[in-house]
Design a binder for this molecule. Structure first.
Ligand SMILES: [Zn+2]
Ligand SMILES: [Zn+2]
Length: 217
């Protein structure tokens, strides 16, 4: 995304920026969607950590979108959410059709950070994906209790502890069998994992995630 006044296509991206987007190529880890060498393989991360989510997908390589994601989150470009969300809905159309989620749940921001930023980037993405796919957004289900330190600033060991009890399920979620969590980047998985665990404890059967990108790609 470049903010240039150029003609754009239906997703809101100009032709120059479309060329720069690189989708993550499979085969993918059956559990977390990380690229692996063989079809049907489970990645080393999923072999050693017992993630509570059931599966997930990330669309673009980190290198091809990291600058745009930075501006989206930290430089007041809330409008990028619409563009990225439409792209995500398009790239993950078959996957979403296969999962048939009851709702999309954006990973919540803590109130303090939400006030500071003025918007939750995950909610902006979820709204745009919903517009294209018709899947409802249920952002009222969960609340973030802790204003956690960004995961990238926490050592690997501290990540699990950092996210422990970071979320609370506020609504009765029994009517939701399958949920897809929406976020900008899947980094270590601990945020998504913590939120999935909380939702499952409250009775959701299956939890998946969809992100623009993931670390290390
Ligand atoms: Zn552009
Ligand atoms: Zn994996």
């Amino acid at each position: 995304m470049c903010d240039a006044a150029r003609p754009i296509n239906e997703t809101g991206v100009c032709p120059e920026c479309v060329k720069k987007l690189i989708t993550i190529k499979g085969p993918f880890c059956e559990k977390c969607g990380r690229p692996v060498s063989r079809e049907g393989e489970i990645c080393s991360e999923c072999m050693t950590s017992d993630f509570s989510f059931d599966g997930g997908k990330s669309i673009y390589t980190y290198a091809s979108v990291s600058d745009s994601i930075y501006r989206f989150k930290y430089m007041n470009r809330a409008s990028y959410g619409k563009t990225f969300g439409r792209l995500m809905a398009r790239e993950a159309a078959d996957w979403l059709e296969w999962i048939k989620p009851d709702a999309l749940v954006p990973v919540p921001l803590h109130k303090k950070r939400l006030i500071k930023r003025g918007y939750n980037q995950a909610k902006e993405l979820a709204d745009a994906i919903s517009e294209v796919s018709g899947i409802p957004v249920a952002d009222y289900l969960v609340k973030r209790l802790k204003n956690t330190v960004p995961q990238k600033l926490v050592g690997k060991k501290g990540r699990g502890i950092n996210m422990k009890k970071a979320f609370i399920v506020e609504e009765n979620v029994v009517s939701f069998k399958r949920i897809v969590l929406i976020d900008d980047i899947f980094t270590t998985g601990s945020t998504i994992d913590s939120l999935s665990a909380e939702l499952k404890d409250s009775g959701v059967k299956e939890v998946f995630f969809l992100t623009i990108s993931r670390g290390g790609t």
